[in-house]
Design a binder for this molecule. Structure first.
Ligand SMILES: Nc1nc2c(c(=O)[nH]1)N[C@H]1C(S)=C(S)[C@@H](COP(=O)(O)OP(=O)(O)OC[C@H]3O[C@@H](n4cnc5c(=O)[nH]c(N)nc54)[C@H](O)[C@@H]3O)O[C@H]1N2
Ligand SMILES: Nc1nc2c(c(=O)[nH]1)N[C@H]1C(S)=C(S)[C@@H](COP(=O)(O)OP(=O)(O)OC[C@H]3O[C@@H](n4cnc5c(=O)[nH]c(N)nc54)[C@H](O)[C@@H]3O)O[C@H]1N2
Ligand code: SF4
Ligand SMILES: [Mo]
Length: 720
């Protein structure tokens, strides 16, 4: 291996763990990635993506010049252009001018509600802060959201209502202080691999006991004292039955209930019906296991709960998360080191994009758009006339898609998202995307959604820019530029500012918000003036290990764990619950439950990992099928099947395995040639508006190998 000319320390662009990377650079090319042993987040460990997955930035499919569609596109007949011949290169000047002209025309004709933007949990805090500022300050729309809606929205909603803060309460590495911890709806080994390592150390070196609640026999089950294999969609029954046992056996923390909670009586009454017998009938988890899990968790001195998407991605995702929160409130396992509620956040910067206001109901720092004092504060900082900002809550991601229609949303600005892979019910999403009047995509690749765009703006990758990411345990860390921008690509924040200046001119806004930032540190400082939790987060303080928000002022050292002494809402609030099944349950016509998710080597719609050598490690979509179901269907391992739901069909090969439960199949959503979201249900949780990705009904039949779609056949080949 050559010796590096320089080694640049930065933060991993993949998952929310936020591992520290050292990029080894020679002749402006990254040729190796390592991590320092001293890093507080990952102690020198990296998973396969952090270690080897950086090469997507050199993919020949990457597009690094602004591009315009050759054929003009019209609502109703808009098409996807994957072939580069359908695009032509443009100057930045021409591309930005066209966007400014078209957006302004739509705004003048139809008003604020016709414009919507998707922010990007892969991009920095500063990028996201600026995109929401652009759409709020210049177009006065709150139709701004990002993938957090498709992700932990149910967890965020429940935590906000119950305790008043939605972030992870502990530092991930505090898991070694647990004597008991519960993992549910999180395939931690594959999706938060370095946290999984710390969890294994807690068990093997410190004697912690693990309870896993998951329909699949995920790898962490090998380390578990108890595994509760519930049917998808039945969390409320299982966790409320645990609460029932804790109440009946008087395992509650009475002092904590009295001093720090409210609404206990109504809640306790609603738990009467959740007997372990009822839960067993609904979830198929043996009642003894539920009783044992309740006793183990309640009896611990230090216990914490870690969860991910199996909980929120449901038409009752908020209730699912409430049912977990209740366990911590009943037992007082919260507000102390090694005790807490930990939604494991997914994207490298989904916590930060949410903190930065990339959401339709909140300004940065979760300050409600419909709160007069908050609106006035932002108007002042952004030099907007009093009353100028829109006081109405905007639409969420899936609602934005639904609102695309004449008289509704007419234009979509997509910074680094891929709804044509990640939204549920893709046939519906496709139909809606076709109906847009004007589409901008700002990305590294012309992905399945960018293929619908009129204008493609080439963004730099994380290795080519500066800024900050906030990881799952609220640590704000630096992203450092290691190599020059490829081609003509520009950092997202620079693109947004250049566009904002043009828009301001065209719109003739009398007062002018600041757009001439010299560096992301100035954007972070502005955000710190508006968001109390970030007041002390200054670029210069982030050099070594970053800072964990809240950081209340320049002297504040950051906050490793939350809720000591009090909750942001004062007392934590219990919420009475009823059991509701998934919107679709199996029947004669569609007899299987489909649940969808991820594998270690791939990332979401595949824009990054399928343009990396990681694709060689896991090149094809496979559906997990239980051996007994395979026998009934007469299917053998790696045989081709057709899977259909009420919304769509796909063809792929099966992997016969006891990882999945009888009657339940699992498909990863990374593969465009067998896109799992053709099948999923776009029904939403009424409060959080998150779709039900984790349970829908499907039928399976044998298919011929010739029906398999070719991978990557039509992906645009770029220039760099
Ligand atoms: N390799 C890789 N890592 C990633 C990502 C990636 O794409 N690839 N994405 C990142 C992102 S954005 C996120 S949000 C996280 C997601 O991290 P995870 O939530 O761990 O990801 P999923 O694969 O969706 O796994 C969900 C888990 O829920 C279980 N499950 C399914 N249905 C139910 C149910 O009804 N109840 C319960 N309790 N469990 C259920 C599944 O069996 C699975 O173990 O991962 C992050 N990390
Ligand atoms: N069936 C099913 N569907 C799901 C889920 C599920 O569990 N099951 N999970 C949901 C969840 S949790 C999530 S988070 C969503 C994810 O959904 P998306 O956010 O739509 O998916 P990604 O593929 O991560 O899209 C990120 C895009 O950003 C680009 N990108 C990377 N870095 C940068 C950058 O610095 N700047 C810019 N401008 N672009 C960049 C990448 O090339 C890629 O095209 O999917 C959701 N969809
Ligand atoms: S665990 Fe997450 S942050 Fe760490 S190297 Fe892997 S993908 Fe990157
Ligand atoms: Mo996510």
């Amino acid at each position: 291996m050559p010796k590096a000319e320089r080694i640049v320390t930065t933060t991993c662009p993949y998952c929310g763990v936020g591992c520290k990377l050292e990029l080894h650079v020679q002749d402006d090319v990254i040729f190796n990635v390592t991590s320092p042993f001293a890093s507080v987040v990952n102690h020198g460990n990296l998973c396969v993506k952090g270690r080897f997955g950086y090469d997507f930035i050199y993919s020949p499919h990457r597009v690094t010049v602004p591009m315009l569609r050759r054929e003009p596109q019209f609502p109703g007949t808009r098409t996807q252009a994957f072939a580069l011949s359908e695009w032509r290169e443009a100057s930045w000047e021409e591309a930005l001018e066209l966007i400014a002209e078209r957006l302004t025309a739509i705004y003048r004709r139809d008003g604020s509600d016709a414009l919507a933007a998707y922010c990007c949990a892969k991009a920095t805090n500063e990028d996201n802060y600026l995109l929401q500022k652009l759409f709020r300050a210049l177009f006065r729309t709150n139709h701004i959201d990002h993938c957090t809606r498709l992700c932990h929205a149910g967890s965020v909603m429940a935590l906000q209502l119950a305790v008043g803060s939605s972030a992870m309460s502990n530092t991930a590495s505090e898991v070694i202080e647990n004597d008991v911890f519960l993992i549910t709806g999180s395939n931690t080994t594959e999706n938060h691999p370095i946290i999984a390592l710390q969890m294994k150390a807690a068990i093997e070196k410190h004697g912690a006991k693990l309870i896993v609640v998951d329909p699949r026999r995920i790898e962490m089950v090998n380390y578990a004292a108890l595994w509760l294999p519930l049917l998808p969609g039945t969390d409320v029954a299982v966790f409320s039955a645990m609460a029932h046992v804790i109440l009946k056996e008087k395992l509650c923390n009475e002092d904590f209930l009295r001093e720090r909670t409210e609404n206990f009586a109504a809640f306790a009454a609603s738990m009467e019906k959740f007997t372990p017998e009822f839960a067993e009938a609904v979830s198929s988890v043996q009642r003894d296991l539920i009783v044992q899990a309740a006793r183990l968790y309640a009896g611990a001195h230090n216990a914490a709960i870690y969860w991910s998407l199996g909980v929120p991605e449901s038409s009752h995702g908020t209730d699912n998360a409430f049912s977990l929160i209740h366990l911590a409130l009943l037992t007082g396992h919260i507000g102390r080191r090694g005790n807490g509620l930990n939604p494991l956040r997914g994207q490298n910067n989904v916590q930060g994009a949410s903190d930065s206001g990339a959401m339709p109901w909140h300004y940065p720092g979760y300050q409600p758009v419909d709160d007069e004092a908050s609106a006035l504060k932002f108007e002042q900082e952004w030099h907007i006339e009093s009353g100028g900002l829109n006081r109405h809550k905007g639409l969420t991601t899936t609602e934005i898609i639904g609102a695309i229609a004449p008289g509704g949303v007419r234009s979509l600005y997509i910074m680094g998202e891929n709804p044509m892979m990640s939204e549920p019910n893709l046939n519906h999403t496709r139909h809606k995307m076709q109906d847009l009047e004007f589409v901008v995509a700002q990305d590294l690749f012309i992905n399945e959604s960018g293929a619908f765009a009129d204008v493609f703006l080439p963004a730099t990758s994380w290795a080519e820019k500066e800024g900050t990411f906030t990881n799952t345990d609220r640590r704000v860390q630096l992203v450092r530029r290691a190599i020059p921008a490829r081609g003509q690509a520009r950092a997202d924040w620079e693109i947004i500012c250049a566009l904002a200046l043009r828009l301001e001119q065209r719109l003739g806004r009398a007062e002018s918000a600041k757009w001439d930032y010299a560096h992301p540190s100035e954007v972070l400082a502005e955000m710190g003036r508006l968001v109390p939790e970030y007041a002390g987060v200054k670029y210069a303080r982030l050099e070594d290990e970053g800072l964990q928000v809240p950081v209340w002022d320049d002297q504040h050292p950051g906050t490793p764990f939350l809720f000591e002494g009090s909750f942001p809402r004062g007392r934590a609030k219990f919420h009475p619950l009823d059991f509701r099944p998934a919107a679709e349950t199996p029947d004669q016509e569609y007899p299987f439950i489909l649940t969808t998710g991820r594998v270690l080597e791939h990332w979401h719609g595949g824009s990054m990992t399928r343009h990396s050598k990681l694709d060689d490690l896991y090149p094809e979509a496979l559906m997990e099928l239980h051996p007994e179901d395979a026998t009934r269907l007469g299917v053998e391992d790696r045989q081709t099947v057709r899977v259909s739901s009420r919304r769509g069909t796909l063809v792929l090969r099966v992997s016969i395995t006891t990882r999945t439960t009888l009657g339940v199949v699992f498909i990863p959503f990374h593969f465009r040639e067998a896109a799992a979201n053709l099948l999923t249900n776009d029904v939403l949780d009424p409060l959080a508006k998150i779709p039900e990705y984790k349970a829908c009904a499907v039928r399976i039949s044998k298919a011929d190998e010739s029906e398999l779609a070719r991978p990557q056949a039509t992906q645009a080949r770029g220039r760099y």
